[in-house]
Design a protein around this ligand. Structure first.
Ligand SMILES: [Zn+2]
Length: 327
């Protein structure tokens, strides 16, 4: 059931939204930004339900509007998200929504449109949406949700009230892991640390494969690569899913970030891999600041190339060979 209490953390944002609603000052276009997997989309849905509810305490969960919303068939609610092979939001989706919101609402006294992963709108779609944002017809509230607001047109951004969702705290992640996913205290502590404040990332660690992948990244950094290793590891990777390799690259980035923090003399509490402090302490000897920055660049490059059609095996060989050259 979507209501305010289902949103973990983000107290300030919840309060701000409730206040804007109480004073009837909620703007007709909002933009929720912040990293992936921290509750932006859930908050957008709760707000939509509240806006459509006809009960006293909103959301009341019992009025026809709330029931239609929970049954995912509210006629005045539109949820747009990336579709198709290109995994983007197309102008046809925007046009279809526009023709529907031009009619009067059926059940509520307004309509609500959520555009999730709004940064995936292509330019035509963005320009088409912009017209609606500039000249809204009828009572419509738009909620755009994105983890990459800089990819949106400045003209869209300037039309929206922006709400920034901060990463969740480790305690908040721990509470969700324990209460919703029945994770024990010890494992929850480790995962919360690795999550970087993203619930989505935390959940990915419940998969043992990912846990092993993280270990694999740590082992890779400890390795003195010889030619045989390079061919062998490249072979193994070329048989893997690109999403897994991306995840592995993310883990490498997190370890490099930890090493940079250690070089800077930062507090252990700031480390992602605090539970592997002993391994990090051994690694740091072999990683000068310069090497760490170079490695960071190599990983970023690898991630970029992963979204191209380049040959995976060659890509990994290139990466490992350049990696070995970094001293
Ligand atoms: Zn209701």
């Amino acid at each position: 059931m979507n209501d305010w209490s289902s949103i973990q953390g983000h107290e300030q944002i919840k309060n701000d939204l409730r206040q804007l609603l109480a004073e009837k000052r909620l703007p007709h276009a909002l933009l929720f930004t912040g990293i992936e997997g921290i509750g932006k989309n859930l908050t957008a849905k709760v707000l939509a339900k509240v806006l459509l509810c006809s009960g006293e305490e909103k959301p009341c969960n019992i009025c026809p509007s709330c029931r239609a919303f929970d049954a995912k068939n509210h006629p005045d609610f539109y949820y747009l998200e990336p579709e198709g092979k290109a995994n983007n939001i197309k102008i046809e989706q925007i046009r279809q929504m526009q023709s529907q919101i031009a009619l009067s609402p059926y059940l509520a006294d307004k309509r609500v449109v959520i555009i999730n992963d709004a940064e995936t709108m292509n330019e035509a779609a963005e320009n088409s949406l912009l017209k609606t944002l500039e000249e809204p017809t009828g009572d419509v509230v738009f909620i755009l949700v994105t983890a990459n607001k800089d990819l949106l047109l400045p003209t869209i951004l300037s039309r929206c009230m922006k709400l920034y969702f901060a990463p969740l705290s480790e305690d908040e992640i721990k509470i969700i892991l324990k209460s919703k996913y029945a994770v024990n205290e010890d494992k929850a502590t480790v995962i919360a640390k690795l999550s970087g404040g993203s619930m989505k990332r935390a959940i990915s660690f419940l998969d043992d494969d990912n846990f092993n992948l993280c270990q694999n990244a740590m082992d890779f950094l400890s390795k003195d690569l010889n030619a045989k290793d390079i061919w062998q590891i490249s072979d193994e990777f070329s048989a893997m899913d690109k999403a897994k390799i991306k995840q592995w690259a993310d883990f490498l980035q997190m370890i490099i970030r930890d090493l940079l923090l250690l070089q800077a003399g930062a507090d252990d509490n700031l480390l992602y891999n605090r539970d592997k402090k002993d391994v990090l302490d051994k690694l740091i000897v072999n990683f000068s600041l310069n090497r760490l920055f170079n490695c960071q660049n190599l990983i970023e490059n690898l991630v970029k190339r992963l979204s191209s059609n380049a040959d995976l095996k060659l890509m990994m060989q290139d990466f490992m060979l350049s990696w070995r050259e970094q001293k």
